[in-house]
Design a protein around this ligand. Structure first.
Ligand code: WTA
Length: 652
């Protein structure tokens, strides 16, 4: 047995250098920028910060009193000014900021001129509703243009926003509003989801019954639903916003002023209000967006198909792209409405050049079948990205071939709500990629992989991912809970940020993410990562998606249990289960062989698409199910449990 904190099992030898055609026009073509940026970390980030417009220049690049960092101290700027005014002032007002498409098929084209106008009116409306610099505003909106508009309006007047994903319940919303004592809630009458209307305003009404801090509710009419408006409290967007003056001077914010709160529960625990501030956050969001997506603002049509309710949408639909004067696509609805090809139809119609999505979505596309992308012209795409979970190498290859036509570099970007922006990623014109590896830390990011004692593990080797130097877009704390901030991120390895993820480096130093360390299994003394066994399963042609957990076992400590969802048209049964066990044994090792295989059409996921292995573990150990409130679809768990028990757990 090795000394590694997590064993290195899966070997992946395929490699993809950037093509000459891509390199010929790429912004960065040499990976040496990484070492240079990290060796001169403060200068690197100061150079990037100066790409923004500052009302007052900063005098100190970094003030680091672990675990508290202040970046660009003394500097003053405004995020909405950087995202809008400076582009309009430079003559780009008529450039499209968003090609917005609604789920029912309606569309809006919003230029930088339009957006600046709307943001200033919305900012004045917030002021009219009593919002002042330093206040918090809760936002519970679907993916409509009013969402980025109101976020930027908050930034313009120096109020922090707290966006709550529009699929969350009334209870989740009121908890978050109360934690941050928000003064105003911005919502819509309803939101479109697969042709139906989700009653946002009803939920908001229920939430607001128990949120004493809310003085007004600002309501966008999106679905023409019948809603009740409480006199004196509720105001229609169309009654108050368009009537405002289209000019509102941007507040001069200190670099370290709060820009937003975003609550994250991850796959475990109660939600934490992650705090992001102004100068450092915008610097790293803009820099990573520009370099990781090799951005050409004059010609690209970039699409991040996430929801703004998550950090990916904050950094890579709103702040990064707008700071870089990007033309983006923004889509309101489900990827499979009205058909399983909706995404590819949008790519074709708008001529999308960069697509950024999540492994969970890619696996769904694989499951739905190759004919959907094949029916569309996807040749406008020049590069692809993924974020959110480890991408199984076979899903990577599928994305590369079926979507990228074999010609598009793929950037597998690792980061977190807490990191604010991309931390590990290929640079598309420079880095030779390997399917399933997020490759190397970005320039100016210093990371390591350590063992239980906090000692760096050798290369190659596996352990815990830590970030050992501060970075500009790092969280500044957990709102109202400093003890939890220190405990969660800084206690395990003092002086270093512990991300909670396992990772390994291969012989060439490439980083491979192995999943949350809470999910690591211990089978007969071997510490196995869920990610590698799942990837081995997904490499089997019958499998679309797999989740693996360690369930209690009296002889081996834990035994591997696999929950497998197969591709369309595949027949499931004991023969396939046996074949999959053997497949894992040969691809990885007999120790990783699943003792249990259960076939399931769906796997329990968070609303942002991450598999909740904790619940599968409860099922496999026949325990009372833990907290299910963050699940996208609660019925999935009950149905898996029923089948798991009926199958007598399907043991070998
Ligand atoms: C996981 C999303 C492997 C990881 C931006 C992390 C990934 C958590 C990757 C953060 C990736 C994200 N490869 N794992 N490329 N990207 N993760 O806060 O476990 O929603 O800690 O932020 O997602 O999720 P969050």
């Amino acid at each position: 047995m090795s000394n590694d904190a997590i064993e290195d099992l899966l070997q992946e030898d395929r490699r993809f250098p950037p093509s000459d055609a891509f390199r010929a026009n790429a912004r960065i073509t040499d990976d040496a920028v990484r070492a240079e940026g990290t060796a001169n970390l403060e200068e690197h980030w100061a150079t990037q910060a100066r790409e923004l417009s500052w009302f007052t220049d900063f005098d100190t690049i970094l003030d680091w009193q672990p675990p508290y960092a202040k970046w660009f101290v003394g500097g003053q700027l405004n995020v909405s000014y950087n995202c809008l005014d400076r582009h309009v002032d430079a003559g780009h007002g008529s450039q499209v900021a968003y090609h917005w498409e609604g789920e029912p098929g309606d569309a809006r084209t919003i230029t930088y001129d339009d957006l600046l106008d709307d943001v200033q009116r919305a900012a004045n409306a917030l002021k009219a509703l009593g919002v002042e610099r330093g206040d918090r505003v809760a936002i519970y909106l679907p993916m409509i243009p009013e969402l980025p508009t109101i976020m930027l309006a908050c930034a313009r007047i120096g109020a922090a926003h707290s966006v709550v994903f529009a699929g969350f319940s009334a209870k989740a919303l009121s908890d978050r509003i109360n934690d941050a004592t928000c003064k105003v809630l911005v919502t819509a009458d309803g939101s479109w989801r697969r042709g139906g209307v989700f009653p946002l305003k009803d939920n908001a009404d229920t939430a607001v019954e128990s949120t004493p801090s809310i003085e007004h509710v600002l309501v966008v009419n999106r679905t023409d639903s019948d809603v009740s408006m409480k006199a004196g409290r509720d105001v229609w967007w169309h009654d108050i916003v368009p009537a405002q003056e289209p000019s509102c001077a941007p507040e001069h914010m200190a670099s370290e002023d709060l820009l937003y709160l975003l609550y994250t529960s991850g796959t475990t625990g109660s939600p934490k209000g992650i705090m992001h501030t102004t100068g450092g956050y915008l610097t790293q969001a803009a820099y990573t967006h520009r370099e990781v997506f090799d951005l050409r603002p004059d010609t690209d049509v970039y699409w991040c198909a996430a929801d703004i309710g998550w950090v990916t949408g904050h950094s890579y639909i709103v702040y990064g792209p707008l700071a870089n004067r990007t033309t983006s696509v923004m889509y309101e609805g489900a990827p499979n409405f009205p058909g399983n090809d909706r995404i590819w139809d949008i790519v074709e119609r708008y001529g999308v050049t960069q697509l950024y999505t999540a492994p969970t979505a890619i696996r769904a596309f694989m499951k739905w079948g190759d004919e959907h992308p094949a029916g569309h012209d996807l040749t406008s795409l020049r590069m692809l990205g993924t974020v959110g979970e480890p991408i199984n190498p076979e899903a990577w290859i599928w994305y590369h071939e079926q979507i990228g036509g074999g010609r598009c570099p793929i950037v597998d970007t690792w980061w977190q709500t807490e990191t604010g922006a991309i931390m590990l990623s290929p640079i598309p014109g420079a880095t030779t990629t390997k399917p399933g590896s997020a490759t190397f830390p970005m320039p100016g990011i210093s990371m390591d992989i350590v063992d239980d004692a906090g000692e760096p593990v050798d290369i190659p080797g596996g352990g815990y991912l830590v970030i050992d130097q501060p970075w500009p877009s790092m969280l500044r704390g957990i709102w109202g809970d400093d003890a939890r901030y220190r405990e969660t991120y800084w206690a395990r390895f003092p002086g270093r940020y512990f991300a909670g993820d396992g990772a390994k480096r291969d012989a060439e130093g490439y980083y491979w993410l192995l999943g949350r360390v809470d999910d690591v299994m211990n089978v007969a003394g071997h510490r196995l990562s869920t990610a590698e066994i799942e990837s081995a399963l997904v490499a089997h042609p019958a499998v679309a998606e797999a989740a693996v957990i360690g369930r209690a076992d009296s002889t081996t400590g834990q035994a591997v249990a696999a929950f497998v969802s197969v591709r369309q048209g595949v027949e499931t049964g004991e023969a396939l289960a046996q074949e999959l066990r053997e497949h894992v044994a040969t691809m990885i090792s007999p120790i990783a062989k699943p003792a249990t295989v259960l076939f399931s059409d769906d796997l329990p996921k968070t609303r942002s698409g991450k598999i909740m292995r904790r619940l599968l573990k409860d099922i496999a150990e026949d325990k009372v199910l833990g907290d299910t409130t963050t699940l996208a679809d609660e019925s999935v768990v009950a149905s898996i449990k029923e089948r798991y028990l009926a199958a007598g757990s399907g043991d070998e």
